[in-house]
Design a protein around this ligand. Structure first.
Ligand code: DQA
Length: 150
């Protein structure tokens, strides 16, 4: 089994970026935690980050072409703007879980809107970096089928 963990814009700046909201751990530390967790679960994982919307679209297509079993995606600000990412997920159908480090529903009203959510099995928000590991667990467990938000 192989998972992609895809991160959108500004998440390369974790640790530096608004640490009161996103914490003090860096993107590199996040990747190490995800890779260690994948080892524990006995699955392969590939972590990627980009600041470009079209690159995320290409990676979602690639996940489909390479028969990747699941995607964990933190689309960052593109969550609130990107019909292209919604369409890519709907077109390809790879089981996907949306993750946000912060509790997006408790912040500015514009962060409550997610274009991607209808194409995701679940959304985990406000669990910090642990949310990525929880999403991996849920993709690896066979019984997940229903879409439940938060
Ligand atoms: C975020 C929340 C988004 O609203 C924001 O634009 C981000 C990060 C999160 O992980 O909490 O860049 O996705």
């Amino acid at each position: 089994m192989k998972l992609y963990v895809l991160n959108g814009p500004n998440l390369n700046l974790l640790g530096v970026r608004e640490p009161d909201i996103y914490g003090k751990q860096t993107y590199g530390e996040l990747v190490r935690r995800i890779e260690a967790h994948a080892k524990e679960l006995g699955v392969e994982v590939e972590c990627r980050q980009t600041n470009h919307e079209g690159v995320l679209v290409d990676w979602i297509h690639e996940a489909y072409e390479k028969k990747i079993d699941g995607i964990v995606i933190n689309p960052a600000a593109y969550t609130h703007t990107s019909i292209a990412l919604l369409d890519a997920l709907k077109a390809t159908g790879t089981p996907t879980i949306e993750v946000h480090i912060s509790d997006v529903d408790a912040r500015e009203p514009f962060r409550r809107m997610s274009y991607l959510r209808p194409a995701c099995r679940m959304c985990i928000a406000g669990h910090g970096l642990d949310g990525y590991l929880e999403a991996m667990d849920l993709l690896v467990l066979p019984q997940i089928g229903e879409r439940v938000c938060k």
